[in-house]
Write a protein that binds this ligand. Structure first.
Ligand SMILES: Nc1nc2c(ncn2[C@@H]2O[C@H](COP(=O)(O)OP(=O)(O)O)[C@@H](O)[C@H]2O)c(=O)[nH]1
Ligand SMILES: [Mg+2]
Length: 339
């Protein structure tokens, strides 16, 4: 036990001192499926918790090829030049297939990846215990404890990862291509409603198209009820390639955070996010236990087959399975008996 305590102190002190290798190692422990690794990461987190929460948390999404990685490189270099310390994390549920979007994109973030004031962390593999988004949240807290004051969480937008990232961050940025098809897709997916800032990138390629797209988006936004009573979504354009608009993007991100903070909405939002995270962990923990239940494993294939064949309704199947799954109820009764 003493050895475990030493390791906790070594990791926590290393993270606070800015040791990137120990920071990366601790995040890996948190992502591990081994319970002893997770437990160690958990006690390190408990020790560091008072140092978390101080970063500006920025979510960034957009379809593949829109320029997320190039923009993060440009924005990140802009920020480290101003003295900020920048961490980049990825939420990519498809990463087991693609090998991790940020890792694969490190070539587009070459200067940032080498910069001593930046920390870039690819997505954990899909299927990691508790889900990719939960691990990204842990990674976010660890990088905050390490003193990174801007955390950019990137997602390629698979499944419901945009919602996950919006639920992790203070300010959510949607990167768009000036072509109309991209807008339609984002509206269909409901991502526009999540965005505090909508950015038309690659404005250098066709300035007219970017201006048109901005006007149309502003018209659309005027019809939507803003997600926040204290912030009306802003539409911008950038060129990640030339750096045009990057400074305005940053001042707009800060203005949004300041507006939310001044009204008290930021604190309420973070509180809501922490509670949602707790429920997410409870849900995934229950699901894990359900899947690990030997009684369930024995009857599950047969029941699913009957649902598939139309012989059993989903409602009846779920009721039957949940009834048969009574994890630890014996232990509970025992302890109640003792207590
Ligand atoms: N002309 C131009 N090309 C860009 C811009 N931003 C990104 N690109 C290019 O678009 C391609 C995809 O960019 P990338 O950052 O990998 O997009 P991601 O998939 O969203 O991360 C790359 O070839 C970039 O060089 C931009 O503002 N202008
Ligand atoms: Mg990318």
């Amino acid at each position: 036990m003493a050895a475990a305590g030493d390791e906790r102190t070594r990791l926590a002190a290393g993270i606070v001192a800015g040791d990137r290798r120990l920071l990366a190692k601790t995040i890996t422990l948190a992502e591990s499926t081994r319970s002893d690794h997770q437990a160690l990461a958990g006690v390190v987190m408990a020790e560091l918790l008072p140092r978390t929460g101080k970063a500006l948390r920025v979510g960034l999404t957009g379809t593949p090829g829109v320029g997320k990685s190039t923009l993060i490189e440009a924005l990140g270099m802009h920020l480290v030049a101003q003295g900020h310390r920048v961490a980049v994390l990825a939420v990519d549920p498809s990463s087991s297939v693609s090998g991790g979007s940020v890792l694969g994109d490190k070539t587009r973030m070459e200067a940032l990846a080498r910069h001593p004031a930046a920390f870039i962390r690819p997505s954990p593999s899909a299927g990691a215990l508790g889900g990719v988004a939960a691990h990204t949240r842990e990674a976010m807290l660890f990088v905050e404890a390490a003193g990174y004051d801007v955390v950019i969480v990137e997602t390629v937008g698979v499944g419901q990862s945009e919602t996950d990232v919006a639920n992790l961050t203070d300010v959510f940025v949607l990167l768009q291509l000036p072509q109309a098809g991209d807008d339609l897709q984002a509206m269909k997916k409901g991502v526009v409603e999540l965005a505090d800032i909508i950015v038309y990138n690659k404005a250098d390629l066709d300035a007219d198209a970017a201006r048109r797209a901005m006007m149309q988006m502003k018209a659309v936004l005027s019809l939507l009820r803003p997600a926040s009573p204290h912030w009306q979504p802003v539409v911008l354009r950038t060129s990640a390639a030339t750096g045009e608009g990057i400074d305005v993007l940053w001042t707009t991100i800060v203005a949004c955070r300041d507006a939310l903070a001044a009204s008290g909405e930021l604190a309420a939002k973070r509180q809501r996010q922490a509670l949602a995270w707790t429920w997410h962990l409870i849900d995934s923990g229950l699901r894990e236990r359900f899947r690990a239940d030997a009684r369930i494993a024995a009857i599950l294939p047969g029941i699913l087959a009957r649902v598939g064949a139309g012989a059993l309704t989903p409602t009846a199947a779920a009721a039957r399975l949940l009834h048969d799954h009574a994890p630890d109820s014996g232990a509970l009764n025992d302890s109640q008996a003792k207590g």
